[in-house]
Unconditional design. Structure first.
Length: 212
């Protein structure tokens, strides 16, 4: 079962702007006033799908310099990036897909196909909700749309603002994992999936998340 959350992006955005908007989106979705920090991790290393090097956390200068949604070969988006809420092990991997051929620069200038930002989460409530907020933020900032490979609503909603309004929790709370679980349990079509609320402490950060 694929669980990726996807945003189409017509313009690139810096990672720091994406993270800030994702936190604002989480606050709206979960009815929370204070959100944990989202760390951005680069240079993870995988061996046959298994995480062997957890990489390093990007600093403020890099967060403003790296773009999500840029197109063409050799763009900074080809770096491995992952997102992790502070204090949690649940991880969201980012995969970029550019439908345009890198060599076709003239056609690109005339009509640019949107770049796809694919957020692949750990299969937990915390992971999926974090990926949902990131995809909604990317679609909104990038002038594109939101998509989910899991069936949240009876009719799929591609407009990020409308998706937030349709799914946000109407009550309020302060426990981030509990709010993530409550958010996911509203979708009866998922039949109680994901079963796990969060990964236990010190669990493998790459478990169930995008492995490059």
């Amino acid at each position: 079962m694929s669980v990726d959350l996807v945003a189409t992006m017509r313009v690139p955005v810096p990672v720091d702007g994406l993270v800030a908007t994702a936190r604002e989106t989480l606050a709206r979705l979960l009815g929370m006033g204070t959100l944990p920090v989202i760390h951005v991790i680069a240079d993870r290393v995988f061996d046959q799908g298994c995480l062997v090097d957890e990489g390093r956390r990007l600093g403020p200068r890099e967060l403003g310099a790296v773009l999500v949604g840029a197109c063409g070969a050799g763009s900074p988006t080809e770096r491995d990036l992952a997102f992790r809420v502070a204090g949690a092990q649940d991880t969201v991997g980012l995969i970029m897909w550019d439908p345009c051929e890198p060599a076709d620069q003239e056609a690109r200038q005339e009509h640019r196909e949107p770049v796809h930002a694919v957020f692949s989460p750990t299969r937990t409530c915390v992971g999926v909700v974090t990926a949902t907020a990131l995809a909604l933020a990317a679609g909104s900032l990038g002038g594109g749309e939101f998509g989910a490979e899991i069936s949240m609503l009876e009719s799929a909603e591609s407009d990020p603002a409308r998706m937030i309004e349709l799914t946000r929790l109407r009550d309020r709370g302060d426990d981030f994992p509990a709010r993530c679980e409550r958010f996911m349990r509203q979708f009866t079509r998922l039949n109680g999936w994901p079963r796990d609320v969060r990964l236990p402490p010190h669990a493998g950060a790459g478990a169930g998340a995008g492995a490059g």
